[in-house]
Design a protein around this ligand. Structure first.
Ligand SMILES: C[S@@+](CC[C@H](N)C(=O)[O-])C[C@H]1O[C@@H](n2cnc3c(N)ncnc32)[C@H](O)[C@@H]1O
Ligand code: SF4
Length: 365
């Protein structure tokens, strides 16, 4: 197994608006700022044009995330996407909520070059969706997938979450079964995480249980692998050829540029991020000032540590050369314990090791 080559240059566009804030979500999104959408989308186009004039490379991938990009008028989103100069075969993804996807919206996206949709499904069981504070019902997911196929967008992802309060193993199996009935080319399944400052964090009684999530991960892995979706990163499975190129760009420490409030960028070991709120962002763009809130320069050691953290989560694993020689006894111990294997000079997590990836990485750092 070889390390894939770096994935080129990518663009991330942040859309910070949601119909309703989910109580587990810590992303920079608001449900009471819809009045700012027009000004924000105009500012995004201006920031993209400014970066293009300053020599931004051609994008190999564009990812429009949020927030809920599908909440914004399709033509406004299309103007931002069109403003990004990209290579002819670029991957262009838009994150959508199943409850506001229509064929007409998807046609507008497709005509602007969008060739991948990522749908926030989370669960296919109404009671679990309610426990997560989600508004859509599973039928919307089926309709959204039909619409994606109907307009000819060639690939899509379904995001799932496991470990919500009250979700039984049977509920999770139902979600897996119903999601796979849609023959998705790509699935991401995330363990529900308690993020500081969220309403979920303040309610201990609804916190997920580690053992429950540890039981649900192998259920997902088995169901996806049986359906022909291969695991290629701890939380991601794809039919071969449908892996997310944008994600791979992050995992290979390639350069990317983020537009919009709270968006992060990276170029050659320098990382920076924009101001957090949309109003501050719009004001800075409109007055011709920098949107940057802060930056950090990564040391060689930090870059190496992050490379290990990122690559060990991926199917091809971490290069043995990236692990200090005095940690090689740890490799032997963890291999004997069934957490990892050494394959062609690379350290690859076993399915059980994937559950303990953070602990494994700590022992190797
Ligand atoms: C930033 S959200 C945007 C997608 C879209 N707004 C939605 O929620 O349908 C991207 C994905 O992150 C995941 N996510 C967000 N908060 C999470 C949390 N606290 N724990 C686990 N996954 C989370 C969800 O699966 C979600 O689909
Ligand atoms: S999970 Fe998605 S819909 Fe819910 S608040 Fe976060 S970004 Fe918005």
């Amino acid at each position: 197994m070889k390390t894939p080559p770096p994935a080129g240059f990518g663009v991330y566009i942040h859309v910070p608006f949601c119909a309703r804030k989910c109580d587990y979500c810590a992303f920079a999104t608001w449900d009471d700022k819809a009045g700012q959408i027009d000004a924000y989308m105009t500012a995004l186009v201006a920031e993209v044009r400014r970066a293009t004039d300053a020599g931004m490379p051609l994008a190999e991938t564009v990812f429009v995330g949020g927030g809920t990009p599908s909440l914004v008028p399709g033509d406004a989103l299309a103007r931002v996407i069109t403003a990004v100069r990209r290579s002819p075969d670029a991957e262009v993804t838009v994150e959508c909520n199943p409850d506001n996807v229509t064929e007409s919206l998807l046609r507008t996206y497709r005509d602007a070059g969008v060739n991948r949709i990522s749908l926030g499904v989370q669960s296919m069981v109404p009671r679990v969706l309610a426990a997560l504070g989600r508004q859509h019902n599973p039928d919307n997911v089926v309709a959204a997938v039909d619409a994606i196929r109907g307009v000819g967008i060639p690939t899509f992802n379904l995001d799932l979450i496991y470990g919500a309060h009250g979700e039984t193993p049977h509920d999770w199996q139902t979600t897996l079964h119903r999601a796979l009935a849609l023959s998705p080319p790509h699935v991401s399944a995330y363990a529900l995480t308690v993020e500081a400052g969220t309403p979920l964090a303040a309610d201990d009684a609804r916190h997920p249980d580690d053992d429950d999530q540890a039981d649900k991960y192998p259920m997902a892995d088995a169901a996806f692998e049986d359906a022909g979706l291969a695991n290629y990163e701890i939380s991601n499975w794809a039919v071969p050829g449908h892996e997310s190129r944008h994600n791979r760009l992050y995992w290979t420490q390639a350069d990317y540029r983020g537009f919009g409030c709270a968006a992060h960028s990276h170029a050659a070991g320098r990382r920076w991020w924009n101001v957090r709120t949309p109003e501050r962002y719009v004001d800075l763009v409109n007055t011709g000032r920098s949107t940057q809130a802060a930056f950090e320069e990564l040391t060689t050691q930090q870059i190496a540590a992050e490379r290990l953290q990122l690559t060990i989560r991926c199917r091809q694993g971490a290069a043995l050369a990236d692990i200090a020689p005095d940690k090689h006894n740890e490799i032997d111990e963890m291999a004997a314990g069934g957490l990892l294997a050494v394959v062609d000079d690379r350290v690859v997590l076993t399915p059980r090791g994937r559950l303990l990836a953070n602990a494994v990485t700590l022992r190797l750092t």
